[in-house]
Design a protein around this ligand. Structure first.
Ligand SMILES: C[S@@+](CC[C@H](N)C(=O)[O-])C[C@H]1O[C@@H](n2cnc3c(N)ncnc32)[C@H](O)[C@@H]1O
Length: 264
Protein backbone atom coordinates (compact mmCIF):
# COMPACT_ATOMS: atom_id res chain seq x y z
CA UNK A 1 0.00 0.00 0.00
CA UNK A 2 1.25 3.50 -0.83
CA UNK A 3 2.82 5.45 2.01
CA UNK A 4 0.57 8.22 3.35
CA UNK A 5 3.44 10.73 3.38
CA UNK A 6 5.15 9.95 0.08
CA UNK A 7 3.45 11.66 -2.86
CA UNK A 8 5.35 12.32 -6.06
CA UNK A 9 4.78 15.64 -7.82
CA UNK A 10 3.01 18.72 -6.57
CA UNK A 11 1.77 17.26 -3.28
CA UNK A 12 5.20 16.10 -2.18
CA UNK A 13 6.24 19.14 -0.13
CA UNK A 14 2.86 19.50 1.58
CA UNK A 15 2.92 15.86 2.68
CA UNK A 16 6.52 16.12 3.95
CA UNK A 17 5.61 19.28 5.84
CA UNK A 18 2.60 17.51 7.38
CA UNK A 19 4.81 14.59 8.40
CA UNK A 20 7.40 16.72 10.23
CA UNK A 21 4.78 18.94 11.85
CA UNK A 22 3.25 15.77 13.22
CA UNK A 23 6.40 14.12 14.59
CA UNK A 24 8.26 17.28 15.71
CA UNK A 25 7.66 16.83 19.45
CA UNK A 26 9.16 13.31 19.44
CA UNK A 27 11.68 13.76 16.64
CA UNK A 28 14.86 13.98 18.73
CA UNK A 29 14.01 11.02 20.93
CA UNK A 30 13.13 8.71 18.07
CA UNK A 31 16.32 9.72 16.22
CA UNK A 32 18.35 8.50 19.18
CA UNK A 33 16.36 5.27 19.43
CA UNK A 34 16.36 4.26 15.79
CA UNK A 35 20.04 5.11 15.18
CA UNK A 36 21.24 3.90 18.62
CA UNK A 37 22.54 7.43 19.12
CA UNK A 38 24.82 7.17 16.10
CA UNK A 39 23.25 10.10 14.26
CA UNK A 40 25.15 12.32 16.69
CA UNK A 41 28.50 10.85 15.52
CA UNK A 42 27.54 11.25 11.86
CA UNK A 43 26.55 14.87 12.38
CA UNK A 44 29.83 15.54 14.23
CA UNK A 45 31.68 14.00 11.28
CA UNK A 46 29.84 16.29 8.87
CA UNK A 47 30.76 19.34 10.94
CA UNK A 48 34.44 18.30 11.04
CA UNK A 49 34.45 17.80 7.26
CA UNK A 50 32.93 21.26 6.83
CA UNK A 51 36.16 22.74 8.21
CA UNK A 52 34.37 25.41 10.26
CA UNK A 53 36.22 28.66 10.96
CA UNK A 54 35.11 31.15 13.60
CA UNK A 55 33.24 34.10 12.16
CA UNK A 56 32.40 32.44 8.86
CA UNK A 57 28.71 32.48 7.89
CA UNK A 58 27.04 29.08 7.55
CA UNK A 59 23.58 27.91 6.57
CA UNK A 60 22.00 24.65 7.71
CA UNK A 61 19.14 23.83 5.32
CA UNK A 62 16.29 21.60 6.58
CA UNK A 63 17.70 22.22 10.06
CA UNK A 64 14.81 20.59 11.95
CA UNK A 65 15.42 20.91 15.68
CA UNK A 66 18.89 22.24 14.94
CA UNK A 67 21.52 19.58 15.77
CA UNK A 68 23.88 20.57 12.95
CA UNK A 69 23.22 24.30 13.28
CA UNK A 70 24.12 24.17 17.00
CA UNK A 71 27.32 22.24 16.27
CA UNK A 72 28.42 24.74 13.63
CA UNK A 73 27.64 27.63 15.99
CA UNK A 74 29.67 25.98 18.75
CA UNK A 75 32.64 26.18 16.38
CA UNK A 76 32.20 29.95 16.37
CA UNK A 77 30.44 30.18 13.01
CA UNK A 78 27.63 32.67 12.37
CA UNK A 79 24.80 30.28 11.65
CA UNK A 80 21.36 30.39 10.09
CA UNK A 81 19.14 27.33 10.34
CA UNK A 82 16.26 27.11 7.85
CA UNK A 83 13.26 24.81 7.83
CA UNK A 84 9.66 24.98 6.62
CA UNK A 85 8.12 23.15 9.58
CA UNK A 86 7.06 25.59 12.31
CA UNK A 87 6.90 22.89 15.03
CA UNK A 88 10.42 21.65 14.17
CA UNK A 89 11.67 25.25 14.38
CA UNK A 90 9.85 25.69 17.69
CA UNK A 91 11.97 22.80 18.99
CA UNK A 92 15.17 24.44 17.72
CA UNK A 93 14.28 27.82 19.21
CA UNK A 94 13.35 26.23 22.55
CA UNK A 95 16.80 24.59 22.68
CA UNK A 96 18.43 27.93 21.96
CA UNK A 97 16.37 29.59 24.66
CA UNK A 98 17.27 26.83 27.15
CA UNK A 99 20.95 27.23 26.38
CA UNK A 100 20.81 30.99 26.76
CA UNK A 101 19.09 30.78 30.12
CA UNK A 102 21.16 27.88 31.45
CA UNK A 103 24.28 28.45 33.45
CA UNK A 104 25.36 24.84 32.81
CA UNK A 105 27.22 25.77 29.66
CA UNK A 106 29.19 28.98 30.24
CA UNK A 107 29.24 31.20 27.19
CA UNK A 108 26.45 29.30 25.48
CA UNK A 109 24.44 32.49 25.21
CA UNK A 110 27.16 33.75 22.90
CA UNK A 111 26.18 31.35 20.10
CA UNK A 112 25.62 33.31 16.92
CA UNK A 113 22.63 31.32 15.71
CA UNK A 114 19.21 32.12 14.33
CA UNK A 115 16.41 30.08 12.88
CA UNK A 116 14.27 31.14 9.94
CA UNK A 117 11.22 29.60 8.38
CA UNK A 118 11.64 29.09 4.67
CA UNK A 119 11.62 26.71 1.75
CA UNK A 120 14.80 24.93 0.70
CA UNK A 121 13.72 25.34 -2.92
CA UNK A 122 13.45 29.14 -2.55
CA UNK A 123 16.16 30.12 -0.11
CA UNK A 124 15.55 33.63 1.23
CA UNK A 125 19.24 34.58 0.97
CA UNK A 126 21.29 36.42 -1.60
CA UNK A 127 23.86 34.83 -3.89
CA UNK A 128 27.30 33.84 -2.54
CA UNK A 129 26.51 34.55 1.10
CA UNK A 130 27.83 31.49 2.97
CA UNK A 131 31.18 29.76 3.40
CA UNK A 132 29.47 26.56 4.46
CA UNK A 133 26.05 25.14 3.58
CA UNK A 134 24.92 21.88 5.20
CA UNK A 135 21.83 19.73 4.84
CA UNK A 136 21.25 16.72 7.10
CA UNK A 137 18.53 14.20 6.19
CA UNK A 138 16.86 16.90 4.12
CA UNK A 139 17.81 16.47 0.47
CA UNK A 140 15.96 13.13 0.18
CA UNK A 141 12.79 14.94 1.24
CA UNK A 142 12.83 17.65 -1.40
CA UNK A 143 10.32 17.53 -4.23
CA UNK A 144 13.08 18.38 -6.74
CA UNK A 145 16.58 17.40 -5.68
CA UNK A 146 18.33 19.20 -8.56
CA UNK A 147 16.55 22.45 -7.69
CA UNK A 148 17.55 22.06 -4.06
CA UNK A 149 21.19 21.56 -5.02
CA UNK A 150 21.05 24.57 -7.36
CA UNK A 151 19.61 26.79 -4.63
CA UNK A 152 22.26 25.70 -2.11
CA UNK A 153 25.05 26.23 -4.60
CA UNK A 154 23.65 29.69 -5.42
CA UNK A 155 24.11 30.92 -1.84
CA UNK A 156 27.63 29.46 -1.38
CA UNK A 157 30.59 31.79 -1.81
CA UNK A 158 33.23 30.81 -4.37
CA UNK A 159 35.51 28.38 -2.54
CA UNK A 160 32.74 27.58 -0.04
CA UNK A 161 31.69 24.07 0.93
CA UNK A 162 28.47 22.08 0.61
CA UNK A 163 27.94 19.04 2.85
CA UNK A 164 25.05 16.62 2.59
CA UNK A 165 24.32 13.91 5.16
CA UNK A 166 21.60 11.38 4.41
CA UNK A 167 20.62 7.75 4.33
CA UNK A 168 22.60 5.84 1.73
CA UNK A 169 22.37 2.59 -0.17
CA UNK A 170 25.06 0.08 0.82
CA UNK A 171 26.68 -1.57 -2.19
CA UNK A 172 27.17 -4.90 -0.37
CA UNK A 173 23.99 -6.93 -1.05
CA UNK A 174 23.83 -8.71 2.34
CA UNK A 175 24.39 -5.49 4.27
CA UNK A 176 21.79 -3.72 2.12
CA UNK A 177 19.20 -6.47 2.69
CA UNK A 178 19.77 -6.33 6.45
CA UNK A 179 19.50 -2.56 6.49
CA UNK A 180 16.35 -2.47 4.32
CA UNK A 181 14.76 -5.08 6.60
CA UNK A 182 15.52 -2.85 9.59
CA UNK A 183 13.98 0.18 7.81
CA UNK A 184 10.98 -1.86 6.66
CA UNK A 185 10.09 -3.59 9.94
CA UNK A 186 11.78 -2.01 12.96
CA UNK A 187 11.76 1.69 12.16
CA UNK A 188 7.96 1.84 11.47
CA UNK A 189 7.46 -0.03 14.75
CA UNK A 190 9.36 2.75 16.57
CA UNK A 191 7.17 5.23 14.66
CA UNK A 192 4.04 3.50 15.91
CA UNK A 193 5.32 3.28 19.50
CA UNK A 194 6.73 6.79 19.83
CA UNK A 195 4.62 8.87 17.42
CA UNK A 196 1.48 6.81 16.93
CA UNK A 197 2.22 6.52 13.21
CA UNK A 198 4.04 3.66 11.51
CA UNK A 199 3.66 5.40 8.15
CA UNK A 200 5.61 8.46 9.31
CA UNK A 201 8.67 6.24 9.69
CA UNK A 202 7.94 3.77 6.89
CA UNK A 203 8.35 6.95 4.82
CA UNK A 204 12.15 6.71 5.31
CA UNK A 205 12.46 3.56 3.21
CA UNK A 206 9.88 4.78 0.69
CA UNK A 207 11.77 8.05 0.15
CA UNK A 208 15.13 6.26 0.07
CA UNK A 209 13.92 4.00 -2.72
CA UNK A 210 13.31 7.12 -4.82
CA UNK A 211 16.58 8.78 -3.78
CA UNK A 212 19.61 8.48 -6.09
CA UNK A 213 21.93 8.10 -3.04
CA UNK A 214 25.73 7.96 -3.24
CA UNK A 215 26.62 7.85 -6.97
CA UNK A 216 23.49 9.68 -8.11
CA UNK A 217 23.95 12.63 -5.77
CA UNK A 218 27.69 12.87 -6.56
CA UNK A 219 26.86 13.02 -10.27
CA UNK A 220 24.21 15.70 -9.75
CA UNK A 221 26.65 17.78 -7.66
CA UNK A 222 29.21 17.61 -10.46
CA UNK A 223 26.54 18.50 -13.03
CA UNK A 224 25.76 21.61 -10.95
CA UNK A 225 29.40 22.65 -11.27
CA UNK A 226 30.59 21.70 -7.80
CA UNK A 227 34.26 20.76 -7.61
CA UNK A 228 36.23 18.33 -5.46
CA UNK A 229 33.13 16.16 -4.96
CA UNK A 230 33.76 13.38 -2.45
CA UNK A 231 31.56 10.72 -0.89
CA UNK A 232 32.15 9.42 2.63
CA UNK A 233 30.35 6.18 3.40
CA UNK A 234 29.37 5.58 7.02
CA UNK A 235 28.45 2.19 8.44
CA UNK A 236 29.10 0.37 5.18
CA UNK A 237 27.17 2.96 3.16
CA UNK A 238 24.00 2.92 5.25
CA UNK A 239 24.64 6.63 5.66
CA UNK A 240 26.72 8.91 3.52
CA UNK A 241 28.19 12.38 3.49
CA UNK A 242 28.70 14.19 0.21
CA UNK A 243 31.22 17.02 0.10
CA UNK A 244 31.67 19.54 -2.70
CA UNK A 245 33.09 22.99 -3.21
CA UNK A 246 31.93 25.87 -5.30
CA UNK A 247 34.99 26.56 -7.45
CA UNK A 248 37.06 29.49 -6.18
CA UNK A 249 36.74 32.46 -8.49
CA UNK A 250 33.46 31.13 -9.84
CA UNK A 251 31.29 34.18 -10.40
CA UNK A 252 28.87 32.58 -12.81
CA UNK A 253 25.27 33.34 -11.90
CA UNK A 254 23.44 30.28 -10.75
CA UNK A 255 19.85 30.42 -11.98
CA UNK A 256 17.36 30.80 -9.21
CA UNK A 257 14.49 28.36 -9.00
CA UNK A 258 11.76 30.54 -10.44
CA UNK A 259 11.56 34.23 -9.67
CA UNK A 260 9.39 34.03 -6.63
CA UNK A 261 12.10 33.76 -3.96
CA UNK A 262 10.28 34.03 -0.67
CA UNK A 263 10.38 33.12 2.97
CA UNK A 264 7.41 31.50 4.61
C1 LIG B 1 14.65 14.38 8.75
S1 LIG B 1 14.50 16.06 9.23
C2 LIG B 1 16.18 16.52 9.46
C3 LIG B 1 16.36 17.54 10.55
C4 LIG B 1 17.81 17.83 10.92
N1 LIG B 1 18.57 18.33 9.80
C5 LIG B 1 18.46 16.60 11.49
O1 LIG B 1 19.38 16.09 10.84
O2 LIG B 1 18.07 16.15 12.56
C6 LIG B 1 14.12 16.82 7.69
C7 LIG B 1 13.72 18.28 7.85
O3 LIG B 1 13.63 18.85 6.54
C8 LIG B 1 12.57 19.79 6.55
N2 LIG B 1 12.18 20.02 5.16
C9 LIG B 1 11.79 19.11 4.25
N3 LIG B 1 11.55 19.70 3.07
C10 LIG B 1 11.81 21.02 3.23
C11 LIG B 1 11.77 22.15 2.37
N4 LIG B 1 11.39 22.06 1.10
N5 LIG B 1 12.13 23.35 2.87
C12 LIG B 1 12.50 23.47 4.18
N6 LIG B 1 12.55 22.44 5.04
C13 LIG B 1 12.21 21.23 4.57
C14 LIG B 1 11.51 19.13 7.43
O4 LIG B 1 10.58 20.06 7.93
C15 LIG B 1 12.38 18.50 8.51
O5 LIG B 1 12.53 19.35 9.62
Amino acid sequence: MANAFYRPGRQRAAKVNELFDRIAARYDRINDVQSFGLHRCWKRRLVRLAGPRPGEPALDVCCGTGDIAFSLARQGMRVWGLDFSAPMLDGARARLQDLASSSAEPGSDALDLQFVRGDALHLPFSDRQFDVVTIGYGLRNLARIEDGLREMQRVIKPGGRLLILDFGKPSHSFWRALYYAYLRWMVPLFGRLFCGSADAYAYILESLEHYPAQPGIATRMQEQGLANVQVFNLLGGMMSIHYGQRPAGSQQPVNKVGDDVKSL
